[in-house]
Design a protein around this ligand. Structure first.
Ligand code: GRF
Length: 223
């Protein structure tokens, strides 16, 4: 744990490149595809070494296998959260992953799990945090009547969608939007934002001071 008031400075690069990523998901896996596509295109200097799902029926597992990526399932079957998380952590550690990328992983991770991978877990969330954390963020935004929605990539801390913000992309809300249409445009933003922000994180040299994460050369979206 970093002492309060002492900034954390990531080495540059954050990890030896190409960095090793573990992607955790529970469903569709479109963000997995975006990350894997960026790795293949060379815009994200990383390799996905493991896809891990807490659901055997997650479509993302097949997407991983079709790309030749190891895909594993660890379902929680009536056991304590700590026991399930111990199996997830063992898989991640065995893969040698540097960074854990949450991509539609529908479980809140315990403070103990987050501490085990301190500042090495990254998440994408379909709102402009800190607005609308938690489930159905796009519906929350629409029902609140905001005119601008969006997506956020952040480091994961012990709270729900509360960690330091690394990147955001705004999406306008249109008068005829329903939750589904808005979610589709936010998802397209996620697919741009997640690989680009992760690439900036992997380059390293960023700092976290209090809640504030700063990149050495400005925000990735400005480049
Ligand atoms: C995305 O909207 C992501 O922001 C949220 O869950 C959804 C996952 O979609 N955390 P996919 O499985 O990546 O297609």
């Amino acid at each position: 744990m970093t002492a309060v008031g002492v900034p954390f400075v990531a080495p540059a690069p954050w990890f030896p490149l190409p960095a090793r990523l573990a992607v955790l998901l529970s469903g569709r896996g479109s963000n997995l595809e975006a990350l894997a596509g960026a790795c293949d295109a060379g815009t994200l200097p990383a390799r996905i070494v493991l896809v891990l799902s807490d659901r055997a029926d997650a479509a993302g597992l097949e997407k991983a296998r079709a790309r030749g990526i190891e895909a594993a399932v660890e379902e929680r079957c009536g056991e304590a959260r700590a026991a399930h998380e111990a199996r997830l952590a063992a898989r991640i550690e065995a893969s040698g992953a540097d960074v854990v990328c949450l991509a539609g992983f529908m479980r809140v991770l315990s403070p103990a799990f987050v501490a085990r991978f301190e500042r090495r877990i990254v998440n994408v969330h379909p709102s402009l945090l800190p607005a609308f954390p938690g489930l159905e963020a796009q519906r929350q935004a629409l029902e609140h009547g905001v005119k601008v929605a969006g997506a956020t990539v952040h480091l994961v801390d012990a709270g729900t969608d509360t960690g330091p913000i690394a990147g955001q992309e705004a999406v306008s809300v249109r008068p005829r939007d329903d939750a589904e249409r808005l979610a589709a445009r936010i998802l397209a933003a996620e697919h741009r934002l997640y690989p680009a922000t992760l690439a900036a994180l992997l380059a390293g040299g960023w700092t976290v001071e209090g809640r504030r994460l700063r990149f050495p050369a400005g925000e990735p979206a400005e480049e």
